[in-house]
Design a protein around this ligand. Structure first.
Ligand code: IFM
Length: 765
């Protein structure tokens, strides 16, 4: 089965924060946290609509807007509100059906008089009507009694840097109620409109400035279930000119369609999505559930119908990290989408084209040319990352960080993803519609950033911060230099491709950007970029100039020196800053992104060197260590790191604080990384643009893996057992696909199946 996740624990606040992430329901437009019906802002309820941001005042961070909560419902018995977290409850469970994206809860409250009151609730945010929240409740009591139900819209919301809404209007337009308001900064209208049916019962309305509820009196008969239904329509001025009108009209459509039919549509949609991407792991239900959980979370937040938004680092789970889109999306999530839902991958990349002006502004601000993408990008592409992004836990003082200024690799990560998209899908329309412009402008940025070193007689990238954020302002970070060189090479390839296949638009673009001279300069420079090489004696690649000369304490010893577990280890005085301890995969990530360049011995030497020195302090790290471990035959380690990534939000223990800053939420990069670790790492599947390589390293418990994979528009079903690999095109192939399984190279038949035997490597644990 491995489709349902369940939690029966009682809810202290810390647990409910975590469950809010784990049980999130989403449809790419709305993210609704997995809190309970009766929860309010203290329990971090949140309804986040993709693409809506607001700044509440000078000095406060611009962040997503938490919209009024249309899912609020509370039972009141004998004057006491029934709240699962306050007890007493006889039984409680929360569950999520990953296959259908439906959340359920069941609580049996016990009253002082012995009455047992059961609330069952089912909710989803519709995948076929993306502005619609739907819920169904079944209430039952063990005695005849009077039960009060409060239901409606709670606009008194949790904010990190709010409040974001003003000019509240609560309205009754029976049977609809609504709250509309405007965002503080730009005055963008928002509206939540709610419909509730509790057949045959009278109700009164309770209104406050930011809340509108209905109060129903339900006269129950012992043992009889009462079914109630709610719809809430959520709109903002970002996507519709008149949110209140759109809300009313959608609620009426929902009423006409009915809960069951809406649920049916929603379930069918999700089933179809899973048919396209489900990766089945036979023999290991724990891994299967964790991976499905990861893919569920990616699907729940992926923009399907628009290319004006992308996926923030914490998905749609709240306001953490300012709702910013980081490199997480391009490097850790894009491979899944490009291979399973290329139209979503395309949307994610088009978002970067739509925000190119912001990247140009940032480059100019720092005195460079081209596009320097935001480290934390929102709706305009301007950088939301602040110069003082972390607060010192001991002094309470803001710390100068250089994420915004120096993580220039962001402008290489995006072109890298564009190159991967093109290679995987074969779709060059993205290049024509903006992708090429992004690549050119990023290459131009690097051209304006590099320095010529007369000693090395090569070009260098000085004063940068690589993926390992504990070491800021270093020279020649290997990851950055390789990625920048890749951007140059890609830029030349894209220019050649367009020149050959689309000469007129190619010429027009070069003219529009005045890019000919830069292209020439890139041609001359591309082979002269200093790319840190492995030490010939040890094969270790220094993460940056001078890295290997830094102090080298064991990680555990360094961690013992912290005087607070939330202490930030990087920055000017950070404990790790002058040591070789790194936050997250850096060289190891680069080895994963350029697998064809490095011999197994090099990967092995670097894995052994860097792994003990890596704090794994970022959710982005585990997947790289897994992929690299799989490639060098460390299968037990590969499996462990895979499971760490896949189960981070399921039952892991992700960091909740950096200094005093709350950073909780979902971790979609870990989810995407889990897919990469399963596919590229444990299944050993790689597409080079010409050749599909499959070099399976299935962990011992896995008897078989089945997965669908799209390559240049051809959908293949791949089945890997412990002795052979079978490939089957789902439709007759449109392109010739060459595949190498271990060392055997074959051409896939246009139809039918190809099975090739291989010898499974030994499992070491
Ligand atoms: O992008 C990451 C970064 O690499 C490490 N800190 C958190 C960011 C968002 O996930």
């Amino acid at each position: 089965m491995s489709w349902i996740i369940t939690e029966t624990r009682q809810l202290d606040e810390k647990a409910s924060d975590r469950l809010g992430n784990k049980f999130l329901v989403g449809n790419g437009y709305i993210g609704y946290r997995g809190t309970l019906e009766e929860h309010a802002k203290e329990r971090k309820t949140a309804t986040i609509a993709a693409g809506l941001y607001d700044q509440a005042g000078e000095g406060l961070w611009r962040e997503p807007v938490n919209l009024p909560n249309g899912g609020f419902l509370e039972l009141v018995y004998q004057g006491r509100p029934l709240r699962a977290h306050a007890g007493p409850v006889e039984e409680h469970s929360q569950s999520l059906d990953l296959r259908h994206a439906v959340h359920e809860r069941m609580t049996v409250f016990t009253a002082e008089d012995g009455n047992r009151i059961t609330l069952r609730a089912k909710r989803f945010v519709s995948a076929t009507r993306r502005h619609l929240f739907c819920a169904q409740y079944v209430v039952e009591t063990s005695r005849d009694c009077e039960l009060i139900i409060h239901t409606g819209i709670d606009g008194d919301v949790w904010d990190l840097n709010g409040p974001h809404l003003r000019d509240f209007i609560t309205a009754v337009d029976d049977p609809l109620i609504s709250i509309s308001a405007r965002t503080g900064e730009k005055g963008i209208p928002v509206s939540v409109c709610e419909y509730f049916v509790c057949p045959g019962r009278n109700h009164v309305f309770l209104t406050e400035e930011r809340r509108i509820l209905r109060e129903f009196l339900l006269q129950t008969r012992a043992g009889q279930p009462y079914t109630l239904v709610k719809f809430a329509a959520i709109h903002t001025g970002v996507d519709t000119p008149d949110p209140p009108a759109a809300g009313r009209s959608l609620c009426w459509e929902a009423i006409r369609t009915g809960f069951d039919a809406l649920l049916k549509d929603h379930r069918q949609y999700w089933e179809a999505r899973w048919t396209d991407c489900d990766l089945q792991i036979l023999g290991d239900s724990r891994a299967q559930l964790a991976l499905r959980f990861s893919l569920y979370h990616l699907l729940a937040i992926a923009p399907v119908e628009t290319d004006t938004v992308s996926i923030p680092a914490r998905g749609l789970s709240g306001q953490v990290y300012k709702g910013g889109i980081f490199w997480d999306t391009e490097i850790f999530m894009l491979p899944f989408f490009a291979h399973e839902f290329p139209e979503i991958a395309r949307n994610l990349l088009m978002y970067r084209f739509r925000t190119l002006e912001g990247a140009r502004r940032k480059a100019r601000e720092y005195g460079y040319r081209g596009a320097f993408y935001a480290w934390e990008s929102q709706d305009t592409g301007d950088d939301a990352c602040t110069l003082y992004n972390i607060t010192d836990i001991h002094t309470g003082r803001p710390m100068r960080t250089y994420f915004r200024d120096k993580q220039i690799h962001i402008s290489a990560d995006i072109p890298y993803a564009i190159g991967e998209y093109f290679s995987i899908t074969g779709d060059d329309s993205l290049l024509l519609e903006g992708g090429a412009e992004v690549v050119y402008e990023c290459a131009r940025f690097f051209l304006s950033y590099l320095h010529y070193s007369p000693d090395r007689k090569q070009y260098e990238f000085l004063d940068v911060t690589g993926p390992d954020e504990y070491h800021e302002r270093v020279h020649n970070n290997a990851y950055t230099n390789w990625m920048a060189a890749h951007t140059f090479a890609l830029c030349l390839r894209v220019a050649a491709h367009l020149q050959k296949h689309h000469p007129a638009p190619a010429k027009a673009l070069l003219q529009k950007l005045g890019f000919r001279k830069d292209l020439e300069a890139i041609r001359k420079t591309v082979r002269k970029i200093y790319q840190p090489a492995a030490d010939p004696r040890t094969s270790v690649i220094p993460q940056f100039d001078g890295y290997l000369q830094l102090e080298d304490p064991p990680l555990a010893e360094l961690l013992r020196l912290r005087s607070d577990p939330r202490e930030y280890l990087g920055g000017g005085n950070g404990l790790a800053s002058n040591t070789q301890i790194l936050k997250q995969a850096d060289v190891i990530l680069a080895l994963c992104l350029f697998p064809e360049r490095f011999a197994r011995e090099t990967v092995s030497a670097n894995w052994e060197y860097y792994e003990p020195r890596t704090e794994q302090g970022s959710s982005l790290s585990a997947c790289s260590y897994s992929i690299a471990a799989a490639g060098i035959g460390k299968l037990a380690e590969a499996y462990e790191f895979f499971m760490t990534a896949a189960s981070l939000d399921l039952d892991g223990d992700p960091k909740q604080y950096v200094g005093p800053l709350y950073i909780g939420g979902t971790h979609p990069a870990a989810s995407g990384g889990a897919w990469m670790a399963a596919v590229s790492g444990l299944c050993g599947i790689r597409w080079s643009g010409k050749l599909l390589t499959i070099d399976p390293r299935l962990p011992a418990p896995w008897s078989e893996v089945r997965l669908p994979l799209l390559i240049r528009g051809d959908r293949l079903q791949i089945v890997i057992t412990r002795k052979d690999v079978t490939l089957r095109p789902m439709q007759p192939l449109q392109h010739k696909v060459r595949v190498r399984i271990r060392r055997k190279v074959r051409t896939l038949p246009r139809q039918g199946t190809l099975t090739v035997e291989y010898g499974a490597p030994e499992w070491r644990s």
